[in-house]
Design a binder for this molecule. Sequence first.
Ligand code: BGC
Length: 741
Amino acid sequence: MRIPQIAFGLMSLGLFSAVASAQGGVDASAPYKNPSLSVEQRVADLLPRMTLEEKVSMLSGSGWMESTGVPRLGIPEIKMADGPMGIRLWTGSSAVTSVEGQVHSFSSTAFPAGIDVAASWDPALAREEGQAIGQEVASVGRDMILGPTVNIQRTPLWGRNFESYGEDPFLSGKLAVGYIQGVQGEGVIPSVKHFVVNNEEFERHRIDVEVSERALHEIYFPAFEAAIKDGHVWVVMSSYNKVNGVYAAESPLLKQELYQALGFKGFVISDWGSTYSTAGTVNAGMALEMPGGPPMRRWLAAPGPKEAGNDGGYLASEKVLPLVKDGTIPVANVDENVGRILTVLFESGQFDHPHVGGVAIDTAAQRAVARKIADEGIVLLKNDGAVLPLKPSKLHSIAVIGPSAATARIGGGGSGLVFAKGVVSPLEGIKQRAGGVQVRYALGVAMQGEEGSSDTAEARKKLLDEAVAAAKASDVALVFVGYSWKLETEGHDRPNMDLPAGQDELIQAVAAVNKKTIVVFNAGDSVGVMKWIDRVPGLVDAWYGGEEGGNAIADVLFGDDNPSGKLPFTFLRKLEDSPSYGNYPGVNLHVKYAEGIYVGYRYFDKHTETTPLFPFGYGLSYTSFALSKLEVPKTITGETTATVRVTVKNTGDRKGAEVVQMYLGDPGASVDRPVRELKGFERVELEAGESRTVSFAIDRRALSFYSTEHHAWMAEPGKFEVYVGTSSRELPLQGSFTLVK
Ligand code: BGC
């Protein structure tokens, strides 16, 4: 964006006739106030009207969740809310701080975790979610939601895996685009985060990530690229960490990758306290430092624990202005950054129609979206002897056991946690659905870190005995385990993949007395199940299902909904199998992504000596599907796009959805490439007996790798393999085509 030049152009067109002096009031007919002019024209008109002080004031926030406006010119502040799985509580103008101890005046819909959306493999549903969240944000008079989170799952231990869309960049990108379009369609500003390689919480303010140019382009950038190129996202949030030695908020990647390579027209916002310099940050193109103003100053001055290196406060006017005056920060850089913020204010409609609030929050329609996501995302991992679905007509009693049965685990912890009214626990959902079937409840073991009666050995034994007795007396035992928002959270990684204290023992004790034991768990990534998986016939991954999670679990357990979710990551047997193992969390605040592009299934398909417990894309169903009639073109020439077609049929006796997945391989490539990579998918809902033909478009980019020799994407002529199936390891249909120069 070359704003000053455009401004001169407009002046010569006479559009500047209404320009008032920079200090004076502004004529109501000033061109920038005219919505029928283009955004570029409006920015070009407005920017020269601003004093340097006004422009610099816009580079940092005025509060904890507010940017700085310029009332003299009618420039509004941007009022934000966390994000991404609904609106995190906030009070008043600047009070969105911590989860605990805050009074909050409304409750918003708690949507399921991002990983739940990812498991639905349904971008249209992500769009519905974005739309519902956008409506809620506008309803409470806010303008921006801090999401979606698109950082890739590199290690199963990352504390924010639950917020993300999994391990695959293509899937993450498609879902991010859906969410962004939904939010932006409501005139609300999303903020895709965190750019970039924020894949662990360990020392997130100080860790330096060493990552190759190729891995950045093939694994860590693409979801941001999709957000920008396909979603036309308005804001990108930079991350806390360093990337190859430079903090993300002052990295040359902002200009090189976002602005130049991807043509991003919006602005980059910092993460909260992710700035570590003044001139370096402004000159790098980081437009808005958050938080700012008095809350930031108070917070910095307050005694008490802060994450090491959590600085911020660098873009306050008193710090920036002297550096502009002495030329360390060129005025053109200030103009560019402010111009980007103005661009978003105009583009989003916020300048012309500020959000004034309303009442459409936590409505039945919004709750219905939350339930749909929770339903679609649940993944059935094991179902021996068709132990599921439960058939009330054949059951007398069900034991509902575990620390996550009566307490709904709606989300992981941190800025993404939403507090909602009317939260439905699995126990409530099941009781409501069970009809005449007797439901026996037992806690079994208290959640680690939560109040419970597990303080003494006797109390723990009593709880366990009660659970065993309930399981013994019932036809089926459902055990609800997993993490709480305190144990899987932003700010900390999980120490290992183990379930919280006492949960393995609970499952084993229950399974010993009831052959029909089904384990349902809440987590954002792989958990250790090897100690007992062979002893239970049923295993269900319920993620963090938001406020409707308990109903969704009942829907799936009783077969009102067919489980159709698919794993958006590779489920590990043990931590040591992770491709990042040995290179996590790093040494001396330095972590090397030594696995390069071999993240997730890309690694396991290459190193076949290590087998995942459940592969990427995997998930069972109560019905069955057959794929047939794969049509693959013989050749693809030059820039042409080709289409692969396949027919999917529901061969079972009930309605359900299958996620048809297409992977491509380039065995003859001149560089080392993954065996296959996801390049197309579609979630298809079919009645029993129904079939449909699914088409996947293949463009040149789908065939390309990122060449570090040419610093560009390259597709090499030759033979490409096409694999179509229902997981990265269940690929019954295969074909090939030749790319001709
Ligand atoms: C998180 C962001 C969040 C921000 C504001 C940060 O600590 O990393 O994702 O949006 O806080 O709460």
